[in-house]
Design a protein around this ligand. Structure first.
Ligand SMILES: Cc1cc2nc3c(=O)[nH]c(=O)nc-3n(C[C@H](O)[C@H](O)[C@H](O)COP(=O)(O)O)c2cc1C
Length: 156
């Protein structure tokens, strides 16, 4: 793979940014090229040349994607590009006290990416803010496992 792993960050109050930085650290420590992109200015063209992505997103409102993720999410929904050259992992932050909409933003991203032909690598990490586990701690362990799955594909 000629491109770095791109870590896309959708956040409202910053927890997901810490998670992304932790994941970035884990990937770079393992010798992989990776870069963090806040979702703010992004749209579906970020996926144009395919590659490996790590989508990190929290849930807000009533099961919504964060404001800084709206443009990217909506452009995927509207433009429906072919994402069959995209592989992705997904870290989804939420709070189980929002029982009806727990981690829905991550589910929304997973559903649209899959619908557009992208392939998810590994299980989704759903982090529960009520669990007492720090999200970046959960992310470090999850990313180490994800590395084992993507290591053979990344930077090859
Ligand atoms: C106003 C508000 C609404 C929220 N709505 C949801 C929700 O619908 N579902 C959910 O799972 N979590 C919800 N959460 C929890 C956040 O997703 C969680 O605290 C997360 O860690 C925030 O990450 P961030 O700082 O990266 O935005 C909500 C939090 C707030 C403050």
């Amino acid at each position: 793979m000629s491109q770095p792993i791109r870590i896309l960050v959708g956040t409202t109050t910053g927890n997901t940014q810490y998670v992304a930085e932790e994941a970035h650290f884990t990937l770079v420590q393992a010798g992989l090229a990776a870069e963090v992109h806040p979702m703010d200015e992004l749209n579906a063209t970020i996926f144009a040349n395919g590659g490996l992505f790590l989508v990190c997103v929290s849930t807000y409102g009533y099961g919504d994607v964060p404001a800084n993720a709206k443009q990217l999410y909506e452009s995927m929904v509207k433009e429906r590009p072919d994402l069959s050259a995209v592989q992705y992992g997904l870290i989804s932050l939420g709070d189980s006290s929002h029982a009806q909409t727990y981690c829905f933003a991550g589910r929304r991203f997973d559903q649209i990416l899959t619908k557009l032909g992208a392939m998810r690598v590994g299980e989704i990490l759903n982090h529960d803010a009520s669990s007492g586990v720090m999200p970046e701690e959960a992310a470090a362990g999850w990313t180490a496992d994800w590395l084992a799955l993507v290591g053979t594909r990344a930077n090859a």
